[in-house]
Design a protein around this ligand. Sequence first.
Ligand SMILES: C[S@@+](CC[C@H](N)C(=O)[O-])C[C@H]1O[C@@H](n2cnc3c(N)ncnc32)[C@H](O)[C@@H]1O
Length: 276
Amino acid sequence: MSASAKVLALDKHTKNGDWTVVLPRRGKRRICSQRNRTPEAEQLPWVPTELESDPDREAKLIQKMEICIKKVETSQFYQNFLEQVKNPEIMNSFYKVLGLELKMQMVIYGIGSIESYETPRFQLSLAILMKRKFDWIGNIEVFDPIISATESRVLESLGCSVLSVNEQGRRRATKPTLFYMPHCEAELYNNLLLANWELELLNHIVLFGNSFEMYEFLTEIKNSIIVDSTGHILAARKFADEYVIKTVSDDYFAAFHDSSWHFFSPDLDTELLCKK
Ligand SMILES: C[S@@+](CC[C@H](N)C(=O)[O-])C[C@H]1O[C@@H](n2cnc3c(N)ncnc32)[C@H](O)[C@@H]1O
């Protein structure tokens, strides 16, 4: 799809009340004003607002998730998705991130409410299917501040660990890590890049999330100045390889439109200098 056609798709989507690409608010502070923030500074302990899990809701949600996982597994969307991942160019990128390690952990940020909406259920199903399919995917950790105690229990029954700290997306990738961040806000991708703005750390990251190419395109057509929440996204475009996810049918559009795999291979420290 051409970039302009994608924008039309986004507009159409917005009218339906679903998710759309959220551009940053115009702001006065520029990228380098973040220099003094340490990644750890804003990581806060977190507990769900609903403290007790509800066993009836839990059982219903487990059933819904099982149905959803089956639906995704038997879809043309998933077949295409697997073919794309197994494509030698993309597979090599995954192996490059893995290096000598056998496993790549998965960190899921911003999944949304799997109890309330189908879109997060589709997104979680895909992550779980990937873990089942590829033995090089390790443990899955999940965080979204809106997760309820019931959802937390269901996530754990599906083999995920729910974090008890809001990392604000600032996990440092000291080992190979697949960050699965479907349709998150720009600020969260930016936080992730800022916390990992070093050659070694960026080389450890695979990012599934909103298309960085799309952010660049939208920034250009909106004639925005570079502000905090996309500064590192736009800067990373120089050394990111991006592969767009094909949604294939309307069923999977809401969950995966404008999503891409991103791999980062900065060659020289100089490519990172101006943003630190
Ligand atoms: C635009 S919604 C996308 C939800 C879902 N993935 C979807 O496509 O419908 C962004 C999500 O990011 C979550 N979020 C906000 N701050 C976060 C943080 N610090 N860490 C993880 N998730 C966060 C929000 O609660 C929200 O569920």
